[in-house]
Design a protein around this ligand. Structure first.
Ligand code: HEM
Ligand code: HEM
Length: 192
């Protein structure tokens, strides 16, 4: 499979795309449960795990943006109308913005709470701000709102991908998966 993006998404874009989904599911699962854990070392370790995985998402999204600028994106499938390409583009940009804003708001809320930040216990990261209760409350609210906005947008984005595959029969979804995993009714290139 080619590494760069050609008429399909290449191996690197595919790996980073699906890895992000897995990490987000993990973060949501941990994040929504950790507040209810009894106080103690397990709770502290669970919060630390959430923060470390969240920082991985930040690193991965920076890598993704860099890779996409370098490797480009596949030719749009001409069967879809122009406005659909535009909406897809805007959705992708919004998803990138949310993928950046989520971990940054987590980092900010952690800093404003005055908690230390380590990456899997290996090294410390600096605080983005000093202890500030009002900012902490605002950042917690923002972190939560951004999360549910991300959930809504991902659901729409995934629904659009399945719609393309099931009802339009085009290769939008197949091109984001390794060759041969999914067969689209229409060819993968607009001119094939
Ligand atoms: C894409 C990355 C991230 C996602 C999807 C995510 C998701 C979540 C979710 C769903 C919650 C629970 C919110 C609620 O209780 O309703 C949460 C809470 C929290 N997250 Fe994240 N998070 C991410 C990154 C981070 C990072 C990088 C940090 C810190 C460096 C962080 C720190 C926290 C903390 C401290 C809480 C508890 C907030 C509180 O209720 O006091 N998160 N996160
Ligand atoms: C079941 C879940 C998902 C499905 C079925 C799915 C499907 C797809 C497909 C088919 C494409 C290619 C679209 C095209 O060629 O125009 C794509 C691209 C993209 N997806 Fe998803 N996706 C899912 C989850 C996610 C998640 C969780 C995120 C991030 C929060 C995300 C962000 C993106 C972005 C930014 C692109 C543009 C390509 C890139 O730069 O990597 N997707 N997705």
């Amino acid at each position: 499979m080619p590494l760069k993006n050609t008429i399909r998404w290449g191996a690197i874009s595919q790996c980073l795309h699906w890895l992000t989904l897995v990490l987000l599911l993990l973060l949501a699962w941990i994040g929504l449960r950790m507040g209810a854990l009894p106080n103690g070392p397990d709770k502290i370790a669970t919060y630390a795990l959430h923060k470390s995985i969240g920082l991985c998402v930040l690193a991965i999204v920076l890598l993704r943006i860099g890779w996409r600028l370098f490797a480009g994106s596949p030719t749009p499938l001409t069967d879809s109308p122009h406005w659909q390409h535009r909406i897809a583009q805007l959705t992708h940009i919004a998803l990138y913005v949310l993928l950046l804003a989520m971990p940054l708001s987590g980092w900010l809320l952690n800093s404003a709470a005055g908690f230390p930040l380590q990456w899997f216990g290996l090294f410390n990261l600096p605080a983005l701000t000093g202890h500030n209760d009002a900012l902490h409350a605002l950042a917690v609210q923002t972190h939560e709102t951004l999360f549910w906005t991300l959930v809504a947008l991902v659901l729409l984005h995934a629904a659009a991908a399945f719609y393309h595959h099931l009802f339009m029969g085009d290769a939008t979804l197949a091109r984001m998966l390794p060759r041969g995993w999914l067969r689209a009714a229409q060819p993968e290139t607009p001119d094939a």
